[in-house]
Design a protein around this ligand. Sequence first.
Ligand code: COA
Length: 321
Amino acid sequence: MKTRIIGTGSCLPETVVTNDDLSKIMDTSDEWISSRTGIRARHLVKEETTSSMSIEAAKRAMENAGVTADEIDLIILGTVSPDYVTPACACEVQAAIGAKNAVAFDINAACSGFMFALNITNAYIQAGLYRTALILGAETLSKIIDWKDRGTCVLFGDGAGAAVVRGDEKYGMLSFDQGSDGVKGDVLACLNRTNNNPLVETDPMLSYVHMDGQEVYKFAVTTVPASLQKTIEAAGLTAEDIDYFALHQANIRIIQSVSKRLHISEEKFPISLDHCGNISAASVPILLDEMNRKGLLQPGMKIAMSGFGGGLTWASAVLEW
Ligand code: COA
């Protein structure tokens, strides 16, 4: 039995904010942002929330897969920006779509969240515990970003992506790799709320994402090609056999570097970061959904996927579509 993605969906907030829009409210420019990152615009929430976008993406993925809510027995959602500490956003999705037979929980693996969810689902399916899963990556990063820090706020956006995954006899996941390096956790971090119990004297403090961009860049351009290479070899394939590389959309220069290191044309690396920015856990499923809806993905095609980011964490998978 293989773990196969049988449907995709996504949801982006209605409001688009271009680099030029940002340059009107902070000291930046389209030239600076687009030449260093490839990002030209991002969607930011006004009315939308992490759960409302997740629910919409889930409905679209279920419709695309032709699966009803009753058939879903597992929901895993990757996020670092849920609406509530509890209940989990996955439970909110479960309630909204009426997936009463499902077990639902969130995971935090930052930008690797969707890939970790896929790999966990694969383990459950291989163990014979569940057959049909809904996996999601969803973020409202705009609420945890410091809008006074031009070095980070221009990079991120909001949105949600989803996939329906099912055990399949013919096509599906061939191999995966995942890892973490907690020692380097502070290069991309966001503190949770501070303790306000009667025994502790702290000022309640709001904290926002802070990042050492150059360290994150170095981590990505070494770890991602190595993880992809390992996963492709474990599938019994070479990089040339892969039809598309669906990578986390952090920065065009990271993607170009991976393409160079693997000696694979950039044409095989589809992009959504130009109009979405970096949406952490949501980046990979949104990209997959865009590829799927453009008709790029045909049954049996070999797709390599990779997520990487805070933790630090990384995860790759090779699958037949
Ligand atoms: N607009 C204009 N200037 C900006 C700016 C902005 N939005 N942000 C920073 N700058 C300035 C800095 O103040 C600095 O000016 P100075 O030289 O006068 O001090 C200069 O640009 C260079 O800043 P620096 O941070 O060294 O830029 P960089 O070349 O390292 O590029 C990133 C910054 C963030 C684009 C780059 O480090 C990167 O892409 N890292 C990976 C980040 C990432 O992908 N994170 C998510 C992974 S999941």
